[in-house]
Structures are given as structure tokens and as C-alpha cells.
Ligand binder design. Structure first.
Ligand code: FPP
Ligand code: MG
Ligand code: MG
Length: 445
């Protein structure tokens, strides 16, 4: 007997939510000014990867499969239930059934063993398409608050891209002229600010101060990460690193040698202070790079993953595992991004390639090359600003297998993300998340 295996799109378990997401964002970013509307919605019109909201939605489903007994931080979801556009078309009777069900929640019926999640979101439940995967738990729901969180995350991310393209002098994004080119720097910056403002409104409406705190921190983290990248000269490779002061500011130490060779002897004593070894120096540079990477990319993904579990009322351990998953996935994602900058074409990426060296940025591939070849230190220190530096760096990356080593680094974070993910109960949503996690490493754009 041949068993017919039905081929299914793994993403179909959140495809409805993903299209609702686009519609809701379009509604949220409406303003009274037609040009502002055009700029604010510009990046949403092109096809982005939408990986951040995808993770929030899939993770929402995955944590809903955790048995109720292990979800003791019950979040009563009263959010906007009755006036959400996404429920248009829902029969009135059902709406009222939903309302009375919400009102019937009391500590008493929770005590009497009535599964609160069964009555928390009757509307969501009624509207949900059946999942394509057999889920292990009866619950398979995404809370309205989690959907809104997915929208907030995508809006914060898009705001940061509008700003990022100004900072990076980019001319393209998602296969189109970037916002700064299409509308001017000023409008791109203001539209980014506007998106942040509207995202904050939506965030506040979640009425969950812990989530507001987390997501606001992630906005601050984006800026901190971007600043670390802007000022990466704080770390002067091969020069002013002295013991006990891992990231000295050259201006503060008053000592910025111009010739690396002066101080390049490992362990040399200069002015009574030991100059750190090349290995220590490389390690410090990697620490700096990874911390920057966490702030600029992984913070938003990890904190939204954490928030997803908080909104589901999960226990601390589950919340921490979701955070760990998001953190490692985010690090993997950005390290792969930095790798693609070396390996792919602008056409494939839909945005400039080979941009990092041009911008003076030392990411993992060149740091690995420098580890093998200390003579690259001065180039990194001067942000590849001398004619020929960029070419020398590219050649060094190839010669020292910088790209391959970067891929190994990314795969280490992918493995840690998978490990954290596998602490959640088995479910269709978890399988799709595993698939997404693996795709982050193998992606080409
Ligand atoms: C893309 O990185 C950019 C980021 C991940 C974050 C950018 C953050 C800011 C500009 C801070 C301002 C933040 C807000 C919230 C307005 P990339 O330049 O390496 O990638 P790319 O190749 O996609 O441009
Ligand atoms: Mg950038
Ligand atoms: Mg950029």
C-alpha cells in the first residue's frame, strides 16, 4: 500500500497571519500627509524577507503547545478584541460570544480547572485555519497581542532600515532605489521616526509593561549597535590595547601610535604597561564585533522572542529559552549577512554588495584573515581608507579562508538556536522554526 505524502508549504501554518500583518501595518502607518504616507509605506511595498514577524508568529504557535499547567503566568488577553479590522466578516453573534467568554474569566473558573486559553480567544480560535501539521497540543493559537507584536517588530526593523540606508550611503534596497535615494535623506529619516512613533503606539496598546520595556530597549540597542559600528575605531587593532583596559579610547590614553611595528611585539612593555598579544587583541576584536552584532540585529529578534513567550504567559524557563533561541538566531542571521557582503552580487542581494569594506567596517571574514595575518592590523585600524586597502583585504580574506571560517561561526550560533528551540515541545510550528533556522545559514539573499 502506497501512502501518499501530501506536500505542504511549511509556512502555510502562518500564511494567513502574514497577509493580515501586511494589511494591518498599512493601516497603522497611515498619516494625514500624503508624502509621509508614501515614504513610510515604501519599504513595506517591496517584498522583504519578513523573518522577524515570521519568528514571532511561529514561536507564538510553538509556545501555545506547552501544556497549560506549565503556563502559569496567565495573560488575560483583552486586547482590542472587538474592533480589530482583521475580524471583519466575523458574525456579530460570534463577537458577542467572544465578549461574554472574556467576561466570564474569573480566578474561580481558573481554579476549577477550566482551561483559560479555551475561553481567552474564542475569536482567534474561530478564525484560525486548520494547521497543515498535526500539532501535539490542543492549543494552536496565536493571541491578538502576539500578532500585534509581530507588526511592531517589522515596523521597528523597517524604521531602522530607512535610517541605515542614510548612514550607509546605500542606493538600493529590496531591488529598488533605497528610501534616501527615492525621497531624500531628510524624508527617509523622518519616515523612520514616524514608523518608530506609530510602532510605539501599538506597543503601548499591548498594555504589558514588561513587553514595552523589552521592545523599547531593543530600539535603544539598535542605536547602540549602530554607534559601536560607527565608532569602531575605539578598538585600535594591534596598538593601544593595554592590560586591564579592554577598549581604551585613544584620545583618553593620549597614545595613538602611528606605526604598528613600534608596538607589535607580543607582550612588549611600553611605558610600564604590557601591550597585549596579537591573539588577545584578535579575541577582543571578535568580542567587540559580536557584541555589536547582538545589539544591531540579535537584540530585536531575541527580545521579541522573549516578549512572545511573555504574552503567552509562559514560565520563566520557557521565556529564557525563547530569548536564547532569538539571540542565537539573530547572531547567525547577521553573521551570514556579513558573509554575503563578500560572496554575493548586488543583483542577487537587491542592495549593495561589498559595501562593508568600502564603509571601513571590519566584520568576521576580515577579522579571521587578520587572525592569521597580523599585517592586516593597520588596514583595519585605518578603516581601509588608503588606496588599495580594500583590494588587499579582499585578497587576504580569500587567502585565509575568511568566508569559510565565518560560515563555521554562523553555524555555531545556528546550532545553539536549534538547541534552545528543541527545549519546546514538538509541534508543527517548532518544525517550521527549525527549518527557518537552518535556512538562515543557507540563504543567498
Ligand atoms: C542593517 O545592517 C541595519 C541594522 C540591522 C540596524 C540599523 C540601526 C540603526 C540605523 C539605528 C537607528 C534605529 C532605529 C530604530 C531608527 P547593515 O547595514 O549591515 O545591513 P544592510 O546590508 O541590509 O544595509
Ligand atoms: Mg548598516
Ligand atoms: Mg546597510
Amino acid at each position: 500500500v502506497r501512502v501518499e505524502v501530501k506536500k505542504q508549504d511549511p509556512f502555510s501554518i502562518v500564511s494567513n497571519e502574514m497577509s493580515t500583518l501586511a494589511k494591518n501595518i498599512a493601516r497603522i502607518v497611515g498619516s494625514g500627509h500624503p508624502t509621509l504616507n508614501r515614504v513610510s509605506s515604501y519599504y513595506f511595498e517591496a517584498d522583504g524577507k519578513k523573518i522577524r514577524p515570521l519568528i514571532v508568529l511561529l514561536l507564538s504557535r510553538a509556545v501555545s503547545c506547552i501544556p497549560e499547567s506549565k503556563r502559569n503566568r496567565i495573560e488575560i488577553d483583552r486586547y482590542d478584541v472587538l474592533d480589530q479590522k482583521e475580524y471583519e466578516g466575523t458574525p456579530k453573534s460570534m463577537l458577542f460570544a467572544g465578549k461574554s467568554a472574556l467576561e466570564s474569566i474569573s480566578p474561580l473558573n481558573i481554579l476549577h480547572g477550566i482551561n483559560p486559553s479555551l475561553i481567552l480567544n474564542p475569536l482567534t480560535r474561530a478564525n484560525l485555519p486548520l494547521p497543515d501539521f498535526e500539532d501535539s497540543a490542543v492549543n494552536n493559537e496565536i493571541l491578538p497581542k502576539q500578532r500585534r507584536l509581530a507588526e511592531v517588530v517589522e515596523m521597528i526593523h523597517t524604521a531602522s532600515l530607512l535610517h541605515d540606508d542614510v548612514i550607509d550611503f546605500s542606493d538600493s534596497r529590496r531591488g529598488r532605489p533605497s528610501g534616501n535615494v527615492a525621497f531624500t535623506n531628510k524624508m527617509a529619516i523622518l519616515a523612520g521616526d514616524f514608523l518608530l512613533g506609530r510602532a510605539s503606539v501599538e506597543l503601548g496598546r499591548l498594555r504589558n509593561s514588561e513587553v514595552v520595556e523589552l521592545m523599547s530597549t531593543s530600539i535603544a540597542n539598535l542605536v547602540e549597535g549602530e554607534f559601536m559600528q560607527l565608532k569602531n575605531t575605539v578598538l585600535q587593532p594591534d596598538i593601544t590595547m593595554v592590560e586591564g583596559n579592554p577598549t581604551p579610547i585613544p584620545e583618553a590614553t593620549g597614545k595613538v601610535p602611528t606605526e604598528i611595528s613600534e608596538y607589535s611585539v607580543p607582550g612588549a612593555i611600553v611605558d610600564g604597561k604590557r601591550i597585549i598579544t596579537h591573539e588577545e587583541n584578535v579575541n577582543a576584536a571578535f568580542d567587540y564585533y559580536l557584541h555589536k552584532t547582538y545589539l544591531k540585529t540579535a537584540a530585536l529578534i531575541s527580545k521579541s522572542s522573549r516578549s512572545t513567550a511573555i504574552l503567552a504567559g509562559c514560565q520563566e524557563e520557557v521565556i529564557n529559552n525563547c530569548y536564547r533561541f532569538g539571540r542565537n538566531l539573530g547572531l547567525c542571521f547577521q553573521i551570514v549577512d556579513d558573509m554575503l557582503d563578500y560572496t554575493t552580487t548586488a543583483e542577487q542581494l537587491g542592495k549593495p554588495a561589498g559595501a562593508d569594506l568600502q564603509l571601513g567596517l571590519a566584520t568576521a571574514p576580515i577579522l579571521y584573515a587578520w587572525k592569521n595575518d597580523p599585517s592586516l592590523g593597520p588596514l583595519i585600524a585605518r578603516n581601509f581608507s588608503k588606496p588599495g586597502d580594500v583590494e588587499t583585504a579582499k585578497t587576504a580574506v580569500i587567502k585565509n579562508d575568511g568566508v569559510e571560517k565565518t560560515r563555521v561561526l554562523a553555524s555555531k550560533y545556528r546550532d545553539q538556536a536549534l538547541e534552545a528551540l528543541r527545549t519546546l515541545p514538538e509541534s508543527g510550528a517548532r518544525s517550521v522554526l527549525e527549518f527557518v533556522t537552518n535556512s538562515v545559514l543557507t540563504r543567498t539573499k
